[in-house]
Design a protein around this ligand. Structure first.
Ligand code: NAP
Length: 304
């Protein structure tokens, strides 16, 4: 795409939470105009928007009217509702020679992506299904944005140059499936590790087991060390995400066995912590000791 066409494209960012602000900052540093609205948004989002230097419009209607490409980055549970709000506003817009694009970048299952495609089907907009792998803090070093849908290649050209982007195909839902299957493996590794480490804690061999894992499976330990210390804060959300992974597998025609157990273990961790310890810096051993103290996996599964 020529540079001029790219720089005149207006991005409507819904909304600058953690990931939206990270992406918005990169889009702005690429020279794109990024607009948002803070109508109905909390003080946190207002602060993030101002820190990111986004152009703030008075309403969602003004964003929809102004933007060529709308990016949805909201809690997965709000993804369909935000698409519905945009559809109502898009229906009121005069026709354009180049249709707008609505990109959902939320961590949703392909089933939910299909619902959004249906919501937008009659609106004057093209839907691109997207999904971000990696955290906002490491978007440029470890993040990958997956895209699918007929105009995914056009969106790939617009996304920040500093972020890896992969177009998977023409079918909305492929990007969501990719994200779900990547996150299912990462969470599964952590859940299996927790089960083994709690058994080691019972046998009083936790530290030697960690040393042996480090020697034999350094790659797996790297995943655990990066991810497990963030579970006290995020286990509730990750349990919900595992439910979406399970839905994805069912949607794809499987009867998942291991996936269901991973969801149970992570949901049980979420029930124990409820995100209360978010200000503490945890080590892997801290997490295992805390889960042992809270008796995770010490009751029959139905009672977890
Ligand atoms: N953060 C990450 O590292 C990461 C990584 C990969 C994927 N993602 C995905 O990116 C998306 C956004 O995540 P995030 O971490 O940026 O979340 P976040 O920090 O909670 O931001 C969510 C944004 O959506 C707004 N919002 C909340 N409820 C809404 C509703 N009902 N309608 C409209 N807007 C609403 C929030 O505004 P208020 O402040 O008013 O609540 C906030 O601006 C999620 O789908 C997540 O799975 C995030």
């Amino acid at each position: 795409m020529d540079t001029n066409r790219r720089s005149t494209t207006v991005i409507g960012l819904l909304y600058p939470g953690e990931m939206g602000a990270a992406l918005g900052r990169l889009l702005r540093s690429d020279g794109l105009r990024v607009v948002t609205t803070l109508q109905d948004r909390s003080p946190r989002t207002q602060t993030l928007s101002r820190d990111t230097g986004l152009e703030e419009l008075g309403s969602l209607a003004a964003v929809v009217r102004t933007a060529d490409v709308l990016l949805s980055l909201v809690p997965p549970t709000a993804a369909v509702a935000v698409a519905c709000q945009c559809r109502e506003l898009l229906a009121e817009q005069p026709a354009r020679s180049t249709r707008r694009i609505y990109v959902d970048l939320n961590s949703i299952s392909p089933v939910t992506a299909g619902q959004i495609a249906e919501v937008l089907a009659a609106a004057p907009v093209d839907f691109v299904n997207g999904a971000i792998s990696g955290s906002a803090a490491y978007l440029t070093s470890r993040g990958v944005v997956y895209l699918s849908g007929p105009r995914a290649a056009r969106v790939a050209e617009l996304l920040p140059k500093a972020v890896a982007v992969q177009v998977l195909g023409d079918v909305p839902g492929q990007a969501s499936a990719m994200r779900m299957l990547l996150s299912g493996l990462a969470k599964g590794v952590v859940a299996l590790f927790v089960e083994m480490a709690l058994a080691a804690r019972q046998a009083d061999i936790l530290e030697p087991l960690l040393t042996a894992y480090q020697t034999s499976y350094p790659g797996i330990l790297e995943v655990v060390e990066r991810s497990l210390p963030t579970f006290p804060r995020h286990a509730v959300r990750r349990g919900q995400e595992m439910a979406e992974v399970e839905t994805t597998l069912t949607h794809l025609g499987l009867c998942p066995a291991i996936t269901a157990s991973i969801r149970e273990v992570i949901a049980a961790m979420g029930n124990l912590w409820q995100g209360k310890d978010e200000n503490r810096n945890w080590s892997v051993i801290d997490v295992i000791n805390d889960l042992h103290r809270r008796q995770l996996l010490q009751q029959p599964r139905a009672e977890m």
